[in-house]
Design a protein around this ligand. Sequence first.
Ligand SMILES: *[C@@H]1O[C@H](CO)[C@@H](O)[C@H](O)[C@H]1NC(C)=O
Ligand SMILES: *[C@@H]1O[C@H](CO)[C@@H](O)[C@H](O)[C@H]1NC(C)=O
Ligand SMILES: [Ca+2]
Ligand SMILES: [Ca+2]
Length: 147
Amino acid sequence: MFQNIYAILALGIFCQLSTSTLAVQNITISFFAADLNGCDDLSKCDAFVELLCVTSLSDGRDCGKTKYIQDDNYPVWPEEFTFSNTTGEVLRRWQIKVLDDDVAFNDVIATVVLPFEEFVKATETQRNHKIDLGGRGSLYVTRVNSS
Ligand SMILES: *[C@@H]1O[C@H](CO)[C@@H](O)[C@H](O)[C@H]1NC(C)=O
Ligand SMILES: *[C@@H]1O[C@H](CO)[C@@H](O)[C@H](O)[C@H]1NC(C)=O
Ligand SMILES: [Ca+2]
Ligand SMILES: [Ca+2]
């Protein structure tokens, strides 16, 4: 009887500890790109970004998307995305898809994977982390804050 109460108390303390240690950090990111190319015959790219989050609980959860910016090979997307560890779900990496909006089918410009730890390390010294899009330009992931 007493043992059960202690077990419940211990569990409660454990849960509080684990959520508070995991949830201390929020990371906010945004995107811009440079030198995009090869999207449309007669105009520049109409690019947008789709994000999947690979976490300790999910192999690829949809976790955000920008609007497309029309006819611009140097888009700066205004959207910001905030990530924090919640109830034991630890963010491991982003799968980032850069697409060209088209009337019929959107073209994929590139799909890249960015491990969260790599991003954190890179942005300790500079705000933007550059990712090569394999001949289709570059994507920059900006660290907006890290409270
Ligand atoms: C989530 O937790 C991991 C390890 O527990 C840590 O490395 C990472 O920085 C945390 N991420 C955020 C957004 O707080
Ligand atoms: C992290 O973000 C959540 C929701 O976006 C917010 O409630 C919380 O206060 C933030 N924590 C910190 C340390 O900024
Ligand atoms: Ca196209
Ligand atoms: Ca297009």
